[in-house]
Design a protein around this ligand. Structure first.
Ligand code: ZN
Length: 196
């Protein structure tokens, strides 16, 4: 080994958060047609109009029912909700002297709980199965993924969501300035990480 060549360790490694042949490349992954970062989302009965705070990875293989979801990098799980379509995992990372947070949503079969440490090789859950999508709706046939640059908001866990200690700002960024104060574009983020 040549001295001075930086090795990519499991600690510093950032990889795409879902099961594809090469998690260090965008080949073989795509976003849903409304899955881009910062795309305007219309208001719904319980949610006001906002900008999309993350990206929506489409199911990589339409015929594959089980697609595993992985932590994007080493960190600690700080919040989990397992209550249905909006099931969500938040992981805190220390990255080059800064803290940041990754968020994984619409995840089924969640395997981690707050306090657990993970690496980019940790399988934390999976995309919803066909049967689950039939129950919750095909609009959840993707992995919603966020990279947050400010701390998430603390919550008091409830009986319904006993492991949910934090929430994100995903539904309240109405302007680009509000969005970029709290989030970064995950696609740009991975590009930078893969060059470092
Ligand atoms: Zn989304």
């Amino acid at each position: 080994m040549c001295a001075g060549i930086k090795s990519v360790t499991a600690q510093s490694q950032w990889l795409l958060p879902l099961e594809v042949e090469n998690r260090a490349s965008f080949q073989g992954v795509g976003l849903t047609n409304i899955g881009a970062f910062a795309l305007p989302r219309k208001s719904r009965p319980t949610v006001s109009a906002h900008l999309h705070a993350g990206i929506d990875f489409a199911r990589p293989a339409a015929d594959k029912d089980t697609v595993r979801v992985f932590a994007a990098s080493a960190g600690k799980v700080i919040s989990v909700r397992t209550d249905g379509a909006f099931a969500q995992i938040i992981i805190e990372h220390h990255d080059r002297g800064k803290k940041l947070w990754t968020v994984y949503e619409h995840v089924a079969g969640i395997k981690v709980r707050p306090g657990e440490t993970v690496s980019s090789q940790t399988n934390i859950g999976r995309l919803m199965s066909r049967e689950e999508l039939g129950h919750y709706g095909s609009q959840f046939n993707h992995l919603h993924f966020e990279v947050m640059i400010v701390p998430p908001k603390p919550l008091v866990p409830t009986a319904r969501t006993p492991h949910r200690y934090f929430m994100t700002y995903a539904l309240e960024c109405e302007t680009e300035a509000e969005l970029l104060q709290r989030y970064t574009n995950p696609l740009e983020f991975f590009k930078v990480k893969w060059r470092q």
